[in-house]
Design a protein around this ligand. Structure first.
Ligand SMILES: *[C@@H]1O[C@H](CO)[C@@H](O)[C@H](O)[C@H]1NC(C)=O
Ligand SMILES: *[C@@H]1O[C@H](CO)[C@@H](O)[C@H](O)[C@H]1NC(C)=O
Length: 247
């Protein structure tokens, strides 16, 4: 039944608005806190697109953990994938040894190593001092670590490998941390996708090698070649410069 609002109804509505004001302020304060936790946008680099949509660094980490902790994927990684990946990685690392970019005495790090197949492959080709990092540890091959803040000292490694560049929300930090933890003259090998788009867990899309050349400020490009590496089509190798420019 419709009837015109009475004066007392308006008073009730007014009263409700007044008492809900603190709640409104509280919610908008919360929203402001979440917004301020939102990571600042990455430096714009032509040819490198950061995927939007993460409300905070924590939500990005949660999303990444979602893939890493997916029981179905973990099962595949430790069974069907295990030997096949180790075989392919063994070929990649043997090739790098032949090129003199890696040796048995190299201290090697695999960045974003999941279950550690690449670490196992390094050990099998004779690089005994190798370890991986990922958000979820996988002992004994992979220790816990965020590639945006590597848990290692400056210059700790001679060699770093990664095939998860596309998961970096802050590519400049991803690369900056690799360059920090590599010794001068150390080698970084990345496997990236240039012609294919990667999965829904990717945080960026790379269009060419040019953005990598910009990001690796303290290194020089050694070579770029086409590979067939689990959906990743390009191997890009950098060597950290021996003399870094002064401040
Ligand atoms: C994690 O995965 C589940 C199931 O696939 C999904 O419902 C949930 O929204 C995901 N969470 C994040 C943070 O991506
Ligand atoms: C490196 O290690 C591999 C595997 O253990 C071994 O076969 C090879 O002889 C070693 N190379 C050198 C130069 O010591």
């Amino acid at each position: 039944m419709k009837h015109p609002r009475t004066k007392s109804e308006f008073l009730i509505i007014f009263f409700l608005l007044i008492i809900s004001l603190p709640l409104f302020l509280f919610i908008s304060h919360k929203a402001a806190v979440i917004t301020s936790a939102t990571p600042p946008p990455s430096l714009p680099i032509p040819g490198l697109k950061i995927r939007p949509g993460y409300s905070s660094y924590d939500s990005y980490i949660q999303h990444q953990l979602n893939k890493t902790l997916n029981p179905k994927l973990r099962k595949i990684w430790t069974t069907r994938d295990w030997d096949r990946k180790i075989r392919v990685f063994t070929e990649f690392f043997s090739d790098l040894k032949q090129k003199g970019l890696l040796s048995n005495s190299s201290k090697a790090l695999c960045v974003g190593a999941r279950m550690g197949q690449e670490v196992e492959a390094l050990k099998r080709v004779g690089v005994s001092e190798s370890v991986g990092i990922d958000l979820v540890p996988s002992p004994p091959l992979v220790v816990r670590g965020d590639f945006h803040h590597q848990p290692f000292d400056d210059g700790a490694f001679d060699f770093e490998f990664s095939n998860v560049f596309d998961h970096a929300l802050y590519p400049e930090k991803f690369v900056g941390e690799i360059e920090r933890t590599l010794r001068a003259g150390g080698v970084c090998v990345l496997h990236v996708a240039l012609s294919t788009r990667s999965d829904k867990y990717s945080a960026n899309d790379l269009m060419s090698v040019e953005p990598l050349k910009k990001l690796f400020k303290r290194s020089e490009l050694v070579y770029v070649r086409t590979v067939d590496g689990f959906g990743l089509d390009t191997e890009v190798v950098f060597r950290k410069k021996r003399v870094t420019p002064g401040p």
